[in-house]
Design a protein around this ligand. Structure first.
Ligand SMILES: [Fe+2]
Ligand SMILES: [Fe+2]
Length: 202
């Protein structure tokens, strides 16, 4: 599919057409972040076609992965407390919360209950030791979408073309190196993810 506009949701995963979903996302995230989301959807669809995943689910999850990115810290903290999520989350911030807690916001506000979609949103910030094909696709689409321009992105794109799993591992390794170089703490699940992948797909 060369044009995402041609994609019509037919599987009843979410209570929206694609246009309605885009409209809902545009009310939650604005500006360059919204443009990023559209590029992630495009890349997720490409990867789903290449790696035989569910294209509709790739589109939905690509569009939703950063749904909560622009919410206030206090809103995330409220969700963490009310839903009794892992209290360790409180020691981190938006970079972790918008995925792990963002999935709960998507569920609550958009009435989306498909756990594979929600898990891909949860896991796009920290990964997981085991990831579904959709998890892996959204994780990589977020990293290599056409607007990304960081040192190493071309290498990440090439590796992901050859092996989705090697792409995931490359991203985990790069993210961990970046956090350490910047003297930043690492969320424990991020380390667990790295350990699991580096031992299998180095
Ligand atoms: Fe994100
Ligand atoms: Fe993103």
């Amino acid at each position: 599919m060369s044009n995402n506009e041609e994609l019509i949701y037919q599987k009843n995963y979410v209570p929206f057409t694609r246009a309605e979903l885009i409209d809902a996302v545009s009310k939650s995230i604005t500006g360059s972040r919204f443009e990023h989301v559209l590029r992630v959807e495009k890349k997720a669809i490409e990867l789903a076609q290449k790696y035989d995943a569910d294209v509709e689910k790739a589109s939905i999850t690509g569009l939703l992965h950063d749904y909560a990115k622009q919410r206030s810290d206090s809103e995330f903290i409220k969700y963490i407390n009310e839903l009794e999520l892992d209290p360790q989350l409180l020691d981190y911030g938006n970079a972790i919360w918008h995925g792990v807690v963002g999935a709960e916001i998507v569920k609550n506000e958009l009435k989306i209950y498909d756990e594979e979609i929600l898990n891909a949103i949860r896991r796009h910030t920290v990964g997981a030791p085991y990831m579904t094909l959709i998890d892996q696709i959204v994780f990589m689409a977020d990293y290599i979408e056409d607007g990304r321009d960081f040192e190493g992105v071309e290498q990440a794109r090439l590796i992901t073309e050859q092996s989705l799993q090697k792409g995931v591992t490359f991203q985990m390794k790069s993210t961990l190196a970046y956090l350490i170089a910047g003297n930043k703490p690492v969320f424990p699940a991020t380390i667990e993810s790295y350990n699991a992948w580096i031992s299998k797909f180095n």
